[in-house]
Design a protein around this ligand. Structure first.
Ligand code: C5P
Length: 418
């Protein structure tokens, strides 16, 4: 097999992030954020305000990031004693988390009376802030004015959200969770390959009932499909995700339609395509759809009989959702998936032609269900391209780039012409 490879990396690989921590009880969660950003491939340099060190010690962040933490404008560890310039010049972005009401006020007015605020004024890179404060402080007219000023200055707000607050009250001003902040940071940096596109996806298994308490399903976890939905969103697309039964959380900013059976999945997909409004431009069928449903569904629970007689199940064919979408005169650009056990390349190419789709993605090996990593073969009219083993989130971002390149007509430098 003649294949081309590309080395996918984590979403924030090569990024250097400056994590500014200001005084707020949410600071303890930022230790987790520092870890998550590093897990995504970023290097993280922490700078804290004096107040922040009252909540979490610099030692915590130093241990987690493997870098000294700076708090003082007069820190002599930087050769020319210009910490504010030296540190901010290296950064691809500054993230302030938690961002207190006081710090937002300073930022809005360009005050520079400590190391972190001076760095914000001296920076050349984008600034992202994750506010965290009591609901009254968030609602205060001065804070509202400051938020508007900062938005107008091009500062990106990550939250806040509404919920329980450390003070015991409930309301707006709670900092987003570390995984949400990390996801928004990944989205911030993701190339907007799919800006202006509307993507419809299916993901997860289906469940075909036998009677009210039993059914037939499969081992699909939905992880690959959900990762692709998330990556499409990060790439700037409007995303609708039709999901079979799974407990996975909905990716931020994605519209989700939950279904159970293949027929419901089919109807939801057709409903989305027929809905008024701008048309979907891409359809990605990731779901492991049951080929058959039980034709003699029993409305009451099938009981064991006293003798040894066994229930008889009869099956009916389910609609092929992908093929039906690809047949439509207004068909979006279609991507299919395949979980073949042998002769992946030939069977994949046959399936691609049979379903009449420009791109078929084959899982290499069958033990991918439920795992967090995968290995993919992309099969199109020009040949085969391999995405080597990586996390499903990494592969999803690479796949989005591959789809965008093919849609733009740029093609890919595929080696195996056929
Ligand atoms: O024919 P097979 O099930 O192997 O094809 C797999 C591809 O077709 C996947 O993209 C899957 O989501 C899609 N499919 C579908 N509806 C079906 C069966 C498969 O959309 N009933």
């Amino acid at each position: 097999m003649n294949i081309d490879t590309l080395p996918p990396g984590p979403a924030l690989a090569g990024r250097h992030l400056l994590l500014g921590v200001t005084g707020g009880v949410a600071g303890f969660k930022v230790a987790e954020l520092a870890r998550e950003l590093q897990r995504q491939g970023a290097t993280v340099q922490v700078v804290m305000t004096e107040a922040a060190t009252r909540f979490v010690t610099p030692v915590t962040f130093q241990a987690l990031t493997g870098r000294p933490v700076f708090t003082d404008q007069w820190d002599a560890r930087i050769d020319d004693n210009m910490a504010h310039i030296a540190l901010s010049r290296e950064a691809d972005a500054m993230i302030i988390a938690p961002a207190s009401a006081d710090f937002l006020a300073k930022l809005a007015h360009g005050l520079a009376d400590d190391l972190l605020s001076t760095m914000c004024v001296a920076r050349e890179c984008p600034l992202l802030v994750a506010p965290a404060m009591n609901r009254q402080m968030w609602g205060n007219p001065a804070t509202r004015r400051n938020v508007e000023l900062l938005r107008a200055d091009g500062v990106t707000f990550l939250g806040p959200t509404s919920g329980d607050q450390a003070c015991g009250e409930t309301g707006m001003g709670r900092m987003l969770e570390p995984d949400e902040l990390a996801e928004l940071t990944v989205a911030f940096f993701a190339p907007k390959h799919l800006r202006g596109q509307r993507v419809l996806l299916t993901a997860g298994p289906t469940f075909e009932p036998i009677d009210p308490v039993r059914g037939i399903t499969n081992l699909s976890s939905g992880k690959m499909g959900f990762a692709i939905a998330r990556a499409c969103r990060h790439a700037g697309a409007d995303v609708t995700l039709v999901a079979g039964p799974t407990t996975l959380p909905t990716p931020a900013g994605v519209e989700r339609i939950d279904v159970r059976t293949a027929q419901q999945m089919h109807d939801a997909v057709m409903g989305a395509l027929d809905a008024p409004g701008p048309r979907h431009t891409i359809f990605i069928a990731v779901a492991a759809v049951a080929d058959w449903r039980v034709a003699n569904y029993s409305a009451s629970k099938i009981k064991k009989t006293g003798d040894d007689s066994l229930p008889e199940l009869r099956f009916a064919q389910n609609p092929d959702i992908l093929a039906s979408v690809a047949r439509r005169p207004d068909a979006p650009w279609c991507v299919g998936f395949a979980a073949e056990s042998d002769d992946l390349e030939k069977n994949g190419q046959d399936k691609r032609r049979r379903k009449n789709v420009p791109l078929l993605v084959a899982n290499i090996g069958h033990a991918t269900f439920g795992r967090d990593d995968n290995e993919l073969l992309l099969i199109d009219a020009d040949g085969i391209r391999k995405l080597p083993r990586a996390g499903k989130d990494v592969l999803a971002a690479a796949l989005v780039e591959e789809i965008a390149a093919r849609m733009s007509g740029a093609g890919r430098p595929v080696t195996a012409g056929r």
